[in-house]
Design a protein around this ligand. Sequence first.
Ligand SMILES: [Zn+2]
Length: 79
Amino acid sequence: MKNKWASCSTAGNLTFNSELLNLDKNVGDYVIVHELLHFNIPNHGRLWKSLMRAYLGEYERYEEKLRKSAHQKALLRPQ
Ligand SMILES: [Zn+2]
């Protein structure tokens, strides 16, 4: 968990980086919802995007904040 914000194993375990707690709550929520949706949707397609919007509204803002954050960690896509 040094280079990722979160990971999702094939066994269905989600792991989050504790550094998320230092970020804005909205950004932390973004990472959590992002990963939870991958239980049902393995990609970032239209369905994923519309659910992200339903849960978080303008989720692209948080995505951008995360990208600009000092740690520059990438979200892990499910394996
Ligand atoms: Zn993802």
